[in-house]
Design a protein around this ligand. Structure first.
Ligand code: GDP
Length: 299
């Protein structure tokens, strides 16, 4: 809980600015106030769609002549946020021999460091892991994963730059089976904005993965960067259209006031949040808990 509070302090500051004069003194809520709040929540990166869905039921009650106070509004906002947010509830890692964590996300969101952090945590919890360098488009991505593999003492399966990523996954999973490894962590390419067809590539990788491991033993995890705000929503749209996405990890929550994006992501895409990144260290990647999150961001 302390970690959530510390990591999310910037988001809280922003929301406090947006809401605090409301909550400082208890008074009756009028329509003008509600419209101001709407505007502020939209600016706090909840976006239009989510903000309206969040506040509209309360607004309707005011329009219908009910007398409601700021205290009631605060309680309402909190319960709405809790109902919009989704925690990932399936076992982590998924059960399987091996199980596969298939990481998706555009370059720079923190995908590789997140894979390393999770690999490290899993090892500390007694799981054996192998890292798979399926971003074969950039030699630097392969090297980076190899470096992380050395640091956390995990084997890394990589082929040459330019190889078929599906072939790398195939080899990675075969390696895990032969060597009795529990969890396969797959790094994928993230170049959404080139002509190259990433979507087809991802689909093929998923097909190959499911030939070797049953779907219930695989978790496709989308990594998003909180600092990109509304951009994270359009990334979520692209990736969920390409392949099934089972959960998301939102990184860099610590450096930004845009933490509200978690609510929009959960609400608009029905995506459960697995972890959030609250700093650079492995222990800063924390399992998502919606109560702690809402307590940390509301004034
Ligand atoms: P990739 O291109 O998606 O693989 O991105 P990287 O894994 O190379 O990460 C990019 C940068 O983001 C690195 O400097 C990471 O240390 C940093 N980073 C990742 N997660 C977090 C986080 O939760 N908080 C902060 N402050 N930095 C992070």
């Amino acid at each position: 809980i302390e970690k959530f509070k510390k990591g999310l302090s910037k988001t809280k500051e922003k929301l406090s600015e947006a809401l605090s004069d409301l909550f400082e003194v208890e008074r009756v809520v009028d329509l003008k106030t509600l419209e101001e709040i709407e505007e502020n929540l939209i600016l706090s990166d909840l976006g239009v769609e989510t903000t309206l869905a969040l506040i509209e039921p309360f607004k309707d009650r005011v329009i219908n002549g009910e007398t409601l106070t700021t205290k009631e509004l605060k309680k309402f906002l909190k319960s709405q946020m809790l109902s919009f947010l989704k925690e990932a509830e399936t076992p982590f890692p998924p059960q399987g021999h091996p199980s596969v964590l298939f990481f998706l996300g555009v370059n720079g969101v923190g995908k590789t460091t997140t894979i390393a952090k999770i690999g490290k945590k899993l090892k500390e919890n007694g799981f054996s892991v192998v890292l798979v360098a399926a971003d074969t488009f950039r030699a630097a991505a392969i090297d980076q994963l190899k470096t992380w593999g050395e640091r956390i003492s995990a084997p890394v399966i990589a082929l040459q730059e330019g190889s078929d990523p599906a072939a790398v996954i195939y080899q990675g999973i075969e390696y895990a089976k032969k060597n009795n490894i529990d969890v396969v962590l797959v790094d994928t390419a993230g170049r959404l904005h080139t002509k190259y067809n990433l979507i087809e590539e991802l689909k093929k990788m998923v097909r190959v993965m499911h030939k070797l491991v049953p779907p219930e033993a695989c978790e496709n995890i989308l990594v998003l960067d909180a600092t990109t705000g509304q951009n994270a929503l359009s990334q979520a749209k692209h990736f969920t259209e390409a392949v099934p996405v089972h959960s998301v990890i939102i990184t860099k929550m610590d450096g930004t006031a845009k933490g509200g994006i978690a609510i929009a992501l959960s609400y608009q895409f029905n995506l459960p949040i697995r972890f959030i990144g609250l700093g650079e260290k492995a222990e800063d990647l924390v399992p998502f808990n919606k109560e702690s999150f809402v307590d940390a961001i509301l004034p």
